[in-house]
Every structure is written in structure tokens, then in C-alpha cells.
Design a protein. Structure first.
Length: 316
């Protein structure tokens, strides 16, 4: 993928639907895609936030006189929410399904596993996995229908947003990381299944790290001290930086997209049978990283074992 250069995901004149588009990474991505000429459909729970987001996205438009903008209120944790969203988006788009769907909506509520109740565990799976899975199901049914357009001009892109917690996780993310790991399994599967159809559909998955967004502020309220200590040296990026890096990977045609050097190291360690962004670079990285993990894992294990001994029973 990405062997011959050029923009593999042009958006000028295309219609892009983004879930979680009212703030953070979703809004940053929408704004940057608007500056590249895309028509935008933003999806979120709050109409008030969406109205403000649309103003920002319009202000960044490359072609203000021709670009179009729309928003849809929806809760991605509600089963089958995506069917009505895709139907609404298709109607607004002149009877055509969006060209690109980017699922960014997600939320983390870090706690130690036994301090989470069953409802919290299920809600994190509903938001972070089913919210994307339902949308993927709805949009792929539209894109891969027997009468759907075929050919490069009708190319479609489904972009999922996971997390580096799906590449390697640490204490505190037992409710969050499994959902993001599940997304990688879904992306791996769908990236192969779409090849069975004549339509030109590409699947991508993005793995951000720490994003300095409103969601991060919420995470910090419940995040265990050991989690904060383990990730204190991790790169921290603004939503704009993350969106820019993700879009750069999409335009390069990458399948597994990371947004900083730490993400690349983590991706190399678990790449397995996933599609490569570069056979040479990824293979060399996969050979190197096992030696790096000898030292990283030793440091992590030492940290949380000593943390437990000093602090005693976490629940106390």
C-alpha cells in the first residue's frame, strides 16, 4: 500500500461523515478536511455542540461557495443508530451515500477492573466498539450493494479510530482497551472482506495516543495513579496534531495508521498478519521491537509491582 506516491484519499468535492465530530480529534479532522474541499456531515449527541462545530468547519472551507455542511444528532451507543444516520446522510447528499465515513466517537473512563461495575464495562464496549461496528455495517451495506457504483471514481473509505491501548495496554484501561482491541480485529477482517466485491472500498484504522482534548480531561478524573505514572512520559498531542498525522497516513494509503513514534514501535510489536503500510519498513521494525520490549516491559512490571507494595490494597 502506498508504493507509488500520490494522494490515495482525495477529499475535494467528496462527502465525509464523521462520528464524534463536535469536539476534539473529530472536530479537528473535520476542520482540516474542510480546508481540503470536503463536504462534511458531523455526528454527535449534542445539537448545541454540533452547531458550534459546523461554524468552525465552515470557516475553514476551501471553497465556501460550493462546499456543503450538515449535522445529525445521534448516540453511537444506541443499537442500530447507524441505519437512520446513514439514511439521513444519504438523503441530504442527493441520494448518494457519503464517500468517506470516519468513526471517531469514543470515550475512556479509566479505573482498575474490579472498581468498574458491569454497566460501566458494557457501556464502554457499546461506545467504543459497537458504535463503530454498527456504522461499518450500515455504510458497507450501502457501498457494497449489487447496484452500488463500481470504479476508481466511486472509491470509498471506511476509517475506524482505535487507540494505542489496542497495541499494548497498561493497568487502568480494562474497560477501554478490550473494545479498541476488538476494533482492530474488525478492521483486519473487513479489510479482507471488501476485496470480495467489485466496488473500490478501502478500510483503515487509526491508533492515536494521548490527545489533549475535552475527553482527556474527563479521563484524568478517574484515572488511577499507577496509570498516570506509567504513561507520564508518553507523547501528548493536540487534536489538531493527531488529525493532521492521521490524514497524512490516509492520504498515503496506509491501513494501520499511528500518529507518533511511540505508536510505530507499538504497532511493530503486534502487527502479525495485518496488512503492512510498507513491507520493508514494517518487517524491519517487527524484527527490532522484540528486543526493545525486553527493557520496556521490565520497567513497566517493576513500576506497578513496586507501586502496589508501597500503596497496599488499591481498594483501600
Amino acid at each position: 500500500m502506498g508504493l507509488f506516491g500520490g494522494n490515495k484519499m482525495p477529499v475535494d468535492g467528496k462527502t465525509v461523515l464523521i462520528t464524534g465530530g463536535s469536539e476534539g480529534m473529530g472536530l479537528a479532522a473535520a476542520t482540516q478536511l474542510s480546508a481540503k474541499g470536503a463536504n462534511l456531515i458531523l455526528v454527535s449527541r449534542s445539537a448545541a455542540k454540533l452547531e458550534e462545530a459546523i461554524k468552525s468547519v465552515k470557516a475553514a472551507a476551501k471553497n465556501p461557495s460550493t462546499q456543503r455542511f450538515h449535522y445529525i444528532t445521534a448516540d453511537v451507543s444506541v443499537p442500530s443508530y447507524a441505519d437512520s444516520v446513514v439514511a439521513d446522510a444519504t438523503t441530504w447528499n442527493g441520494g448518494r451515500a457519503p464517500d468517506i465515513v470516519w468513526c471517531i466517537a469514543g470515550a475512556a473512563f479509566p479505573k482498575l477492573f474490579i472498581e468498574l461495575d458491569a454497566a460501566e464495562l458494557r457501556r464502554q464496549m457499546d461506545i467504543n466498539f459497537h458504535g463503530t461496528s454498527d456504522m461499518a455495517h450500515a455504510i458497507l451495506r450501502a457501498w457494497l450493494a449489487p447496484d452500488a457504483p463500481v470504479g476508481k471514481r466511486a472509491a470509498k473509505h471506511l476509517v475506524m479510530t482505535s487507540s494505542v491501548a489496542a497495541l499494548y495496554t497498561i493497568p487502568g484501561y480494562a474497560g477501554y482497551a478490550p473494545a479498541k482491541w476488538a476494533l482492530r480485529g474488525l478492521a483486519d477482517t473487513l479489510s479482507q472482506e471488501v476485496m470480495l466485491y467489485p466496488q473500490d472500498v478501502k478500510v483503515h484504522i487509526v491508533f492515536p495516543g494521548t490527545i489533549l482534548s475535552p475527553g482527556y480531561e474527563v479521563e484524568e478524573r478517574t484515572k488511577p495513579d499507577v496509570t498516570k505514572q506509567l504513561e507520564k512520559a508518553d507523547p501528548k498531542q493536540t487534536p489538531e496534531e493527531v488529525a493532521q498525522a492521521a490524514i497524512r497516513g490516509l492520504e498515503a494509503g496506509q491501513f494501520m495508521i499511528v500518529v507518533n513514534w511511540l505508536g510505530d514501535l507499538m504497532r511493530f510489536g503486534v502487527i502479525g498478519g495485518s496488512f503492512r503500510n510498507s513491507w520493508i519498513f514494517d518487517t524491519l521494525g517487527a524484527w527490532l521491537v522484540p528486543f526493545v520490549w525486553i527493557f520496556v516491559q521490565y520497567e513497566h512490571v517493576s513500576t506497578f509491582r513496586s507501586f502496589g507494595k508501597k500503596r497496599g490494597q488499591p481498594s483501600a
